[in-house]
Write a protein that binds this ligand. Structure first.
Ligand code: SAM
Length: 226
């Protein structure tokens, strides 16, 4: 395998369990996915890089058979505690998305929200192979990738490769690798999948009186004989 930067999980210890926080409330697009994948009678669901478990809880409450993993031990402990509090079952493990800790052809659907970008270019290619390995035939995956139009790509942060920087800012993502993509790169990385939908979504916010423009690619892909 080509060299890949060592993964570094989030420091979740400095993030509270405040139930109004973004990390405790599902991303809006996941409500669509619950509906879509239920209508397709999908059952096995993998929450890759699950964080505090906001999507694991949502999919388990909607009857999916939920598996999850994250490289952060603290994230897995807190996901398991939250699932238990809710009386929900989960198969959760500490693991690395570069070697997804689940079997070949075992998942009907996989969710990767703001996770895949936490590696470098070789890492993203490896993850695409891993997704193909764990998905069943006609299985679907929804994923987000940071875009080269986002503010972070323009920062003078340490460079890992032509698409990747280390986030040089205090907070839970300090020195975590960030890979940034454009459309052509995405087409190459996911060439073995059917791309069902692709969007480029902007988020605009202010923090400490500074304005930020953040852009992400959102992809819905299917493993099929394309
Ligand atoms: C931005 S958070 C998103 C968490 C969750 N997907 C959500 O939407 O709430 C990114 C997560 O990816 C995890 N992560 C980073 N590198 C990873 C890796 N190599 N393998 C698995 N998880 C990783 C981090 O620990 C963190 O929990």
């Amino acid at each position: 395998m080509a060299d890949v930067i060592k993964s570094k999980g989030w420091n979740w210890q400095i993030v509270s369990d405040d139930c109004t926080s973004v990390w405790k409330n599902p991303a809006s697009e996941t409500f669509y996915l619950v509906s879509r994948w239920k209508n397709q009678h999908k059952q096995s669901f993998l929450d890759m890089g699950c964080g505090l478990g906001r999507h694991s809880v949502l999919f388990a409450k909607n009857g999916f058979n939920v598996s999850a993993f994250d490289i952060s031990e603290n994230a897995i402990e807190r996901t398991c505690d939250w699932m238990q509090e809710q009386g929900l079952n989960i198969n959760a493990k500490v693991g690395d998305m570069l070697n997804i800790p689940f079997e070949d052809n075992s998942m009907d659907c996989v969710l990767c929200i703001n996770v895949i970008s936490h590696t470098d270019t070789n890492g993203v290619y490896k993850i695409a192979d891993e997704l193909k390995r764990v998905l069943k035939q006609n299985g679907e995956c929804y994923l987000t990738l940071a875009s080269k139009d986002t503010w972070g790509y323009k920062q003078n942060w340490p460079v890992v490769d032509e698409n990747t920087k280390l986030r040089d800012e205090e907070g839970p993502e300090y020195m975590v690798p960030h890979f940034y993509a454009d459309y052509d790169l995405i087409s190459k990385i996911f060439k073995d999948f059917e791309i069902l939908d692709i969007k480029h979504i902007g988020t605009f916010y202010t923090h400490n009186n500074q304005s930020y423009e953040s852009y992400h690619w959102h992809l819905l892909i299917r493993k099929s004989n394309v």
